[in-house]
Design a protein around this ligand. Sequence first.
Ligand code: 13P
Length: 249
Amino acid sequence: MRRKLAAGNWKMNGLLADLGQLDRIMAACPAPGVDLLICLPATLIHTASGRSASHPLQVGAQDCHRASAGAHTGDIAAAQLADAGATAVILGHSERRADHHEDSATVRAKAEAAQAAGLIGVICVGETLAERDAGATLDVIGAQLDASVPDSATGDNTVIAYEPVWAIGTGRIATTDQIAEVHGFIRARLIARFGAATGQAFRLLYGGSVKPDNAAQIFAVPEVDGALVGGASLTAEDFCPIIAALDAS
Ligand code: 13P
């Protein structure tokens, strides 16, 4: 049985003072049936993990380097994130694929580095609007999945997030039919590669404009085990109803 997962991605938002929202999320969102993860800017991870030490909420990061250490100015190794208190890291987010030209081979190497440091990798896949309009969605998702997910992936060390690029930060949500099609495809592809037991164990998150008013309909879609939430994870006011909808689903 897969545990549901509500994951927040604060992206490049938040100062120390904003960790008050994290305190509110921990205090105001009791959700015994849901795992909670907030992926923070690296500057906040150590402080946040200390503040959440006695709460089940886990703190994650948003990227790591593929190497374990070395001359990579400005980069952060997975072991350093773990040392700061992170237990997970987002990998291959479309904003990093676009802004930093990360390809799936790079994402796979980062996922292997994350595993070596004991971090869960939240590996993101998603098509652009042009790819969807061209009827290439499943080809794109299949290729990203095959090349980004390492052979050593299991349901314990890897989460897959489907985030259509055109739905991120746009307020434009994929339809439940579109989500069902892609999540069903991802599940089948994972089972074909890893076998039934391991393939069934990966948690599949949907991401892209998940809000309090659309969360319940998304969580009712088969093979959706939770969400990766951007803007609406920044405040307890928005994130708590999403967590509650997942707990109730
Ligand atoms: P929004 O929820 O702001 O659309 O962002 C989604 C996302 O990119 C999460 O990783």
